[in-house]
Ligand binder design. Structure first.
Ligand SMILES: NC(=O)c1ccc[n+]([C@@H]2O[C@H](COP(=O)([O-])OP(=O)(O)OC[C@H]3O[C@@H](n4cnc5c(N)ncnc54)[C@H](OP(=O)(O)O)[C@@H]3O)[C@@H](O)[C@H]2O)c1
Length: 199
């Protein structure tokens, strides 16, 4: 399997557009994040596609500090980047990593998550596009999108802010269930906010 994020285009943002962006990973304590997403994002940095101020904000239920998340991601990179990474590369990468604990289940309140993300964005000097990578059980897709809507985190077409949500595979179990999922998502999101990924 190849990395799901190999270029900024794959996550729906042009290279120049990334400079004012924040990247959030829902499911940030999972296997996909450690083995594929963080290494892929690191490679974007190495190839100079990811400006140093762009934050990567991990989100999952279990409590962690920014520092413990950074330590785990350092181990992940050491295992998954062939040839390893330099101290300088890690210094830049670690500074962009943040972690916010939040539940994505039905009825979740994203108010505290939104406040933490806004604080990180102010600190990093970004405020344009948010890219959310749903690296979670597909059962959580709809409840997470619902919570984003309730927390006013889904900008409308006229807003200067943009949202791109990448839905990790499997996107439904078959044609009918994937169509049903698309229909449910379209109640909250416009098609240009939805990225269905396979890899
Ligand atoms: N791993 C791969 O290589 C791979 C390949 C293709 C597709 N996928 C798909 O990608 C998705 C993630 O896979 P994975 O292997 O990374 O799974 P995983 O290791 O089980 O990780 C799941 C992540 O979701 C979080 N999570 C679970 N319930 C949550 C909740 N209610 N609220 C917030 N966060 C929650 C978990 O953290 P907490 O327990 O801390 O909440 C964890 O970070 C799955 O749908 C899988 O089918 C994975």
């Amino acid at each position: 399997m190849s990395n799901p994020v190999t270029s900024p285009v794959a996550i729906g943002v042009s290279t120049s557009g990334l400079k004012d962006s924040a990247i959030m990973i829902f499911g940030a304590s999972g296997d996909l994040t450690a083995r594929k997403l963080i290494p892929a994002l690191f490679m974007l940095q190495r190839k100079e596609f990811l400006p140093p101020n762009v934050p990567i904000i991990g989100v999952a239920r279990r409590e962690k500090t920014d520092d413990s998340f950074r330590a785990e991601m350092k181990v992940a990179l050491s295992k998954n980047i062939k040839g390893g990474i330099t101290d300088g590369e890690w210094e830049t990468f670690s500074k962009r990593l943040f972690y916010v604990a939040s539940n994505l289940e039905e009825g979740a309140d994203f108010g505290p998550l939104r406040d933490s993300v806004e604080k990180i964005e102010r600190q990093q000097g970004v405020g344009g596009t948010r890219v959310i990578y749903m690296a979670t059980d597909p059962k959580l897709f709809l409840s997470a999108v619902d919570a984003l809507g309730k927390a006013d985190m889904i900008p409308g077409a006229e807003s200067p802010r943009k949202l791109r949500i990448v839905f990790e595979k499997p996107f439904g179990r078959d044609f009918n269930s994937s169509r049903q999922l698309s229909q449910s998502l379209s109640k909250q999101l416009s098609e240009d906010q939805i990225y269905r990924i396979d890899h």
